[in-house]
Design a protein. Structure first.
Length: 106
């Protein structure tokens, strides 16, 4: 990743906000530029249901950063994650460090 992309990624990460059952980038939840939709956020296991990135942020790593935010949240809150959406599943497959929060049905 070049320096400009790194700065953009840091800016995006700083701009991620927590909404109602989601993390999002943008001024308001209703007009999010990118978002990750969660279910069961108050439970011990969170499901990542859907990831959306609008045209303005496509190709800038916003989706990856949103998944990272969910992982960080899960670590902080001592929760596990089930990646339901295809994008989230791919991110969990690519990033072995996410295994610590991956829910494994016993």
């Amino acid at each position: 990743m070049n320096k400009i992309m790194e700065r953009e990624a840091l800016y995006i990460m700083d701009d991620i906000k927590k909404g109602l059952n989601k993390f999002y980038i943008g001024e308001t939840e209703e007009n999010a530029l990118a978002e990750v939709i969660l279910s069961d956020i108050s439970e011990d296991v969170i499901k990542i249901e859907h990831t959306f990135v609008g045209e303005r942020l496509k190709g800038k790593g916003a989706g990856k950063l949103l998944i990272r935010k969910v992982v960080d949240f899960a670590i902080e809150e001592n929760k596990k994650v089930i990646p339901v959406c295809v994008f989230a599943k791919k991110e969990f497959d690519k990033n072995k460090e996410y295994e610590s929060v991956l829910y494994k049905n016993a």
